[in-house]
Design a protein around this ligand. Structure first.
Ligand code: ADP
Length: 273
């Protein structure tokens, strides 16, 4: 039954993707300053559809900020971010690239799912309400359809029976799985994960990682910031090492873990292992 649900999910996600432009995500020389402090110093990367990219790096290297700029939760100072060939949250004018007025509309149209370190569920809503909120209110989907799909997604995530629970009645692992389901209910074309397991008790990490791994196997394009090296080795098509607001090096997990070229990557891996 689980395999059937997974197939259903894959079909739903595929059907809604539309024409693909490659690279699916294009990040070109992105710069971002907070109060005079340069946090992204010219970050570039291309990500293809279906690719799973893990971003590693020490605390403060700009990983979260980069994820947030992709979803236009932060404005960038310079550079460009294209998702499926389109600017997210910006438009081209004769004066160059300028932010659009409605960041919310830009985010809606880009269909990027975001999973936060601290789950960020709506505390006053049940699990089902959390999942149905955006599909119904933001995307105007029929409530009955949205409910049916939410139930199927919960089933897939091993959470059937929790529909009417509130977030505080769930474990961290369950909350994070609800957060993943909530993102999937919007039929994202790209999923961004910001340290999705670092707020969890160790025994709950596996259940969240295995769900993310399953999404990878279904062909979802994903950018995952994590310190889970086992996950990176098993699931990443590519590992990108960032430090000081730049990409230091990137490569297949094997290359990066077994044979890092840059001194900074080597030092980081020694500390974290
Ligand atoms: P990482 O995810 O790699 O730990 P972050 O992107 O969270 O790095 O942060 C990079 C730097 O930017 C940090 O020094 C952080 O304090 C700073 N920073 C992040 N967000 C803000 C903000 N909203 N205002 C001011 N400084 C910020």
């Amino acid at each position: 039954q689980h395999a059937e649900l997974a197939q259903q999910l894959a079909a739903t996600l595929r059907a809604d993707v539309g024409a693909l432009v490659e690279p699916f995500v294009k990040i070109a020389d992105v710069r971002k300053t907070f109060r005079g402090r340069q946090v992204l110093n010219g970050v570039s990367m291309d990500i293809n559809a279906g690719e799973v990219v893990v971003i590693l790096g020490p605390s403060g290297s700009g990983k979260t900020t980069l994820l947030r700029t992709i979803n236009h939760l932060e404005q960038i100072d310079a550079g460009e971010i294209l998702v499926n060939g389109k600017l997210v949250g910006y438009r081209r004018t004769s004066r160059g690239v300028v932010p659009v007025r409605s960041a919310a509309a830009a985010r809606r149209d880009a269909r990027i799912g975001f999973v936060f370190q601290h789950f960020n569920l709506f505390d006053h809503m049940t699990v089902l309400q959390n999942i149905m909120e955006a599909p119904v209110r933001v995307y105007g989907r029929d409530a009955r359809d949205a409910r049916r799909e939410a139930r199927a997604l919960l089933d897939w995530a091993g959470l059937s029976g929790f529909e009417n629970h509130y977030p505080h009645q769930l474990s961290g692992g369950q909350q994070q799985r609800v957060a993943i389901v909530r993102a999937l209910a919007c039929h994202p074309r790209l999923m961004l994960f910001d340290e999705p397991t670092s707020a969890l008790d160790p025994e709950l990490v596996g259940q969240v990682l295995s769900l993310i791994r399953e999404l990878a196997e279904l062909g979802m394009t994903m950018i995952v910031v994590t310190h889970e090296m086992g996950f990176a080795r098993a699931c990443a098509d590519r590992v990108i090492y960032m430090e000081g607001g730049v990409v230091v090096e990137e490569g297949a997990p094997d290359e990066i873990f077994s044979n890092p070229r840059d001194q900074r990557t080597r030092r980081f891996l020694q500390i974290i292992h």
